[in-house]
Design a protein. Sequence first.
Length: 327
Amino acid sequence: MIDFTLIIFTVFLFAIMWLYLYIAEKNDIIDRPNARSSHSVHTIRGGGIIFPLALVFEYAYSGFHYGWFILGLVLISAISFLDDLKPQDSKLRFSIHLMAVALLFYQLNLFTFPWYLIVVALFFVIGSINAVNFMDGINGITGSYALLTLLTLLYINNNETLFADQMVLIIAIIAVLIFNFFNFRKNARCFAGDVGSVSIAFIILFFILKLIIATENLSYILLLLVYGWDVVSTILFRLIRRENISEAHRTHFYQFLANEKKIPHLNVAIGYCLVQLGVNACLIYRSTNNLSYLALILIITGTFIVVLRLIIQGRRQLIHSNHADNS
């Protein structure tokens, strides 16, 4: 019965995706290349709308589980999609994000925790949403990384700790697979857009926080380690160069590999996933609930990525403020 249901869901979501692409093309919802782009052809944007739509349909089917989370997902996806169509006021966007995160926290009963843990969780969630959004810059990277993370969460849910409704995880995975069909290719049919990167980050963070709460193990933040260190190291080097970190740029490590080194987008995406897969495997098979150990891992891996970038990109590009890409 479950297999038949999943087949129906897959066919239905695939049809929804085709319909969106048709509507988007007719209404000129197109991403046109600019100086900061890593692509050179016009591509439909907003294809990641399939992520929130899939969970909304699953929510109705399953008997309305995780209602506050779904409401937060709808809010944050709606403002992100509007931002894809036309840039929205940053204060409005941030207010909606905070409202959505508040609903997420309410779903997770986080407001029963001490205030300082709520503040830490808020910084983690807002920072991670922005990190995933920043990393959505080349074909395949968002879809493949999200797929790996969700599959890892599904494995943990089935084999280690039951922390979430399995059906919700599976539908999210199906949505990502459908998106990847159109995006994980040399010439992508569509991009995720803000609606895709922000919503999938919101979905993944919901499951990661549920897992952390269920196990009381903060080490599961390492499921986002590779993305995290790319973003954090990029911010660090931009601060060293005295750049305005709120301004758009093209200086992430993955962008350097794709744009300067001319490594094919899909190869870069696969490389990031393979490194994260190694982290996930170690996390599952050598899991430890020790804050000192977690801090040591973060220090070692953080130092490694900084040194690696200095070796590959060079001190001149990373430290000097007159790099051409930062105009």
